[in-house]
Design a protein around this ligand. Structure first.
Ligand code: ATP
Ligand code: MG
Length: 230
């Protein structure tokens, strides 16, 4: 069992090296607590996505540790990691990755059905509530292709929130959005952290957006070179 006071997410010397030798993430030791709004910045190729994959249990460190709620993830099987991601983490990427043949509502319901924590009408009710809270009540029964870019990304955020994750990880979620829609995404992240106590870790190369986070972690060549929260 994880200690009850363990930080949400902790890495110790986390390193990601490719078999052919390239080091994408070097010796990263960070602790991220509940309710933190963290921006990860750094030049292209500095390892931001690679670090996010480690934090999101999508990838395993080749050295060092990543612990979620005090539980070292190194010994977990691929299936156990997938189950942990489904139950505890939400992901938002630059491309929305909504399933094109399903409505926005279906897309938000799918992770809930996979997890199976909610049943029957509760699934639909929660999906509608999530979409409504993000201004998408009218769009719930539309296909992704019928939505604007900003609406699609908000639907992707609703899907990320489907299973009530403690941690939301986003990789350049505003990369395809205009300024107003990018701000709207960061408004949502602000509410998730400040009002709902969730943790958001967002990769962005937009300094204006990064300033809105409560903590900034900067990477260069896979290393943390500054961390406003350390
Ligand atoms: N599977 C891979 N095989 C080979 N090189 C890789 C692989 N994944 C990433 N890299 C390299 O590792 C480095 C870090 O990549 P990463 O995608 O994490 O950077 P990033 O900071 O997210 O960049 P960007 O801002 O362009 O998204 C880059 O030099 C990249 O080319
Ligand atoms: Mg990247």
């Amino acid at each position: 069992m994880a200690p009850p006071d363990a930080p949400l997410l902790e890495t110790a010397g986390a390193t990601r090296q490719l078999p052919e030798g390239a080091v994408l993430v070097r010796d990263v030791t960070i602790t991220i607590g509940r309710g933190e709004f963290v921006a990860v910045t750094g030049p292209s190729g500095s390892g931001k996505s690679s670090l996010l994959y480690l934090l999101g249990l999508l990838d395993r460190p080749s050295a060092g540790h990543v612990a979620l709620e005090g539980r070292d993830t190194a010994r977990l099987s691929t299936n156990e990691l997938a189950a942990l991601r489904l139950a505890k983490l939400g992901f938002v990427f630059q491309f929305h990755f909504l399933l094109p043949e399903f409505t926005a509502l279906d897309n938000v319901e799918i992770p809930m059905r996979r997890l199976g924590r909610l049943k029957g009408a509760a699934v639909r009710d929660r999906a509608m509530a999530l979409l409504g809270a993000l201004g998408l009540a009218e769009a719930a029964r539309k296909l992704p292709e019928q939505l604007s870019g900003g609406m699609r990304q908000r639907a992707a955020i609703a899907r990320a929130l489907a299973n009530d994750p403690a941690l939301v990880l986003a990789d350049e979620p505003t990369g395809n959005l205009d300024t107003a829609n990018a701000r709207a995404v960061f408004d949502i992240f602000e509410r998730l952290t400040r009002d709902q106590g969730r943790t958001v870790v967002v990769v962005t190369h937009d300094p204006d957006l990064a300033r809105r986070a409560t903590r900034r972690i900067q990477l260069v060549d896979g290393r943390v070179v500054s961390d406003s929260g350390a």
